[in-house]
Design a protein around this ligand. Structure first.
Ligand SMILES: C[S@@+](CC[C@H](N)C(=O)[O-])C[C@H]1O[C@@H](n2cnc3c(N)ncnc32)[C@H](O)[C@@H]1O
Length: 406
């Protein structure tokens, strides 16, 4: 996406490009239902199918684009791939326009026979994910979560309190004509409702970084623990959100690790831009126990790789590139990394385990398995950030304490 995005010079074209790509990914099953309803034998050429998907998304969701413009444009693009298929594309799209009501009614009929299959098409999620979340939270809650994860997220920034404060930054936003909203749960998180804030001097000067409310809550909910800490390690730190939250409040230093060199470069750039002098960056594989870290830290942040279902609003492709096997594999990886992190804490230290996913296997069950192996740890709290309630990404935070006095 980045590659094509940069090629578009006009701001409006870029916004439409993102809308189309995310829109198709967000509603792929629903769009395919419409296409398959009229193309009885299916569409074999993937490129033609994707042209039809974009056009169908426009027909169903974008009222500002006239139907004839959508059809003409799709036919033009299709004829560049294969001139013989222009008429086929034209026929499919005109049939969709003509039969919209009939297609909707046929979908409603599935609702009465097989409700979860209907949801899987209407809300466009793989069936395994609906079943899995239902097992964790019940069907009613699952529907609320999935509906919210289909909404478009506003840009969310975290104010860098090392350089500025809420009043100064919001005054600057007003001066620059931005529409914004201060988050009610964390007033250092500001939602940008209109305007591209990355292109501003405010960004270059390091007055903020991009972060969702959910991710900021690990430190926000536990400010006192972080204020008291002298040494913190963030095992999977890039691009740096939680490391920065922590560096803003602690009277000590954070060791920020990651395995990915490219992501570490982004982390380093961010540290320079934001002006932190209490972060040490280290390349380290969290799956391998590092004896240099043994019993050195007051707090370990383990914000671990996960399926990322909580972040579907921003990355709707997650819907289609994860399987149940991924959930199991990531659960095992999380347990392995947590095993190591236990050894990095001083006695009385705190382990924060977090994920940007939903579902019990990677969240509660990972914690339970950890606690079964590490009898010297006790559970302080488990928090699931439900996206529909908090109006942010879905997220999970476990707080665990190692026995002994600090
Ligand atoms: C969920 S992201 C971390 C987000 C970060 N904590 C933040 O708040 O911005 C997970 C990170 O784990 C890193 N990672 C994956 N496997 C790892 C491993 N074995 N050791 C260390 N880092 C790893 C990835 O490169 C990725 O940057």
């Amino acid at each position: 996406m980045e590659k094509f995005h940069q090629k578009l010079k006009n701001e409006k074209d870029r916004a439409l490009f993102v809308e189309l790509v995310h829109g198709v990914l967000r509603y792929k099953s629903l769009i395919d239902y419409y296409i398959n309803f009229v193309a009885k034998k299916g569409v074999k050429d993937k490129r033609i199918l994707n042209i039809l998907r974009v056009a169908t998304y426009e027909l169903l969701f974008l009222e500002k684009i006239p139907e004839y413009a959508t059809v003409n444009e799709a036919c033009e693009v299709a004829s560049k791939i294969n001139p013989h298929l222009k008429a086929f594309v034209n026929a499919i799209l005109r049939n969709i326009i003509r039969n919209k009501n009939q297609i909707e009614e046929s979908l409603e009929r599935i609702k009465d026979v097989d409700y979860k299959s209907y949801l899987s098409i209407k809300l466009s999620y793989p069936r395994f994910l609906i079943d899995y979340l239902e097992e964790s939270y019940g069907l009613e809650k699952t529907i609320k979560i999935l509906e919210f994860l289909n909404t478009k997220p506003p840009q969310s920034i975290k104010i860098n309190t090392k350089k500025t404060n809420v009043n100064t930054l919001t005054q600057e936003l007003e001066k620059n004509g931005f529409k914004y909203e201060i988050n009610s749960r964390n007033n250092e998180i500001v939602l940008i409702l209109k305007g591209n804030i990355k292109e501003t001097e405010l960004y270059k000067e390091g007055y903020f970084y991009f972060q969702d409310l959910a991710s900021s809550l690990v430190v926000k909910f536990n400010q006192e623990d972080f204020k008291r800490a002298k040494k913190v390690i963030d095992l999977c730190a890039a691009p740096g959100g939680k490391t920065f939250n922590c560096a803003e409040v602690i009277d000590g230093f954070v060791v920020a690790c990651d395995i990915n060199e490219h992501k570490l470069d982004i982390l380093r750039e961010n540290i320079l831009r934001l002006g932190f002098d209490n972060i040490i960056v280290a390349k380290s594989n969290a799956e391998v126990f590092n004896p240099d870290f043994a019993e050195k830290f007051d707090i370990v942040i383990a914000d671990l790789p996960c399926t990322g279902f909580g972040a579907i609003r921003k990355k709707p492709d997650i819907k289609w590139n994860k399987s149940y096997q991924d959930i199991e594999n990531l659960h095992e990886l999380q347990v392995r990394i947590l095993d190591n992190s236990a050894g990095y804490l001083k006695r009385g230290g705190i382990l924060f385990y977090s994920t940007c996913t939903l579902g019990k296997k990677e969240n509660e069950e990972t914690v339970i398995e950890f606690l079964e192996k590490h009898k010297d740890f006790s559970l302080v709290s488990l928090t699931t950030i439900f996206p529909d309630e908090f109006e942010c990404d879905g997220f999970f935070i476990a707080k665990l304490r190692k026995e002994g006095e600090r």
